[in-house]
Write a protein that binds this ligand. Sequence first.
Ligand code: ZN
Length: 169
Amino acid sequence: MTTPSLLSSGTPSRCTKRRPPAKEGDKNGVTTKFGDLGGSAIANADSKNGKTTITFDLNQAHQSFTNRNDGSKEEAEIAGTVAHEGQHGIDDKSRGNPRSEAEEYATEKNAFDAQSWVNKGLNVNSAYTGLWNVDWTTPYAALERIFGVQNWARKSTEAWCSEPGAACQ
Ligand SMILES: [Zn+2]
């Protein structure tokens, strides 16, 4: 049996209108900046009028992630934080800031999911206990990861709901 040549069948038409990759400076409605967020926040995504601003507090990140004895690494945590906030940016872009506990939980679940894949991909423990651990073995690793994502999403949602004026009942 021979493997059919992909070239002879031509390019499927749905692949011809692929958008070019985003470039730095593209006007996509997302602004990334660095600055002091005050308190213990490491990063934050905020949307207003269809524009999302993602702020990273690198001093706070350094304080939180340096010299931990849990198998995590500062560089991996920063990469994970970028993935986390980037996912919030994607979620917020389509529907704005969360307007309910359920929306907040949904976007935190997406964000911790993205973050956890970074630790898995880099094979480094997460500083967020239970989000990813290199000692997890299959077949349970996938379940542990999902439990970790849900647990951190719940914690994050509780913190969000405890803020003054939060849209929680
Ligand atoms: Zn988050």
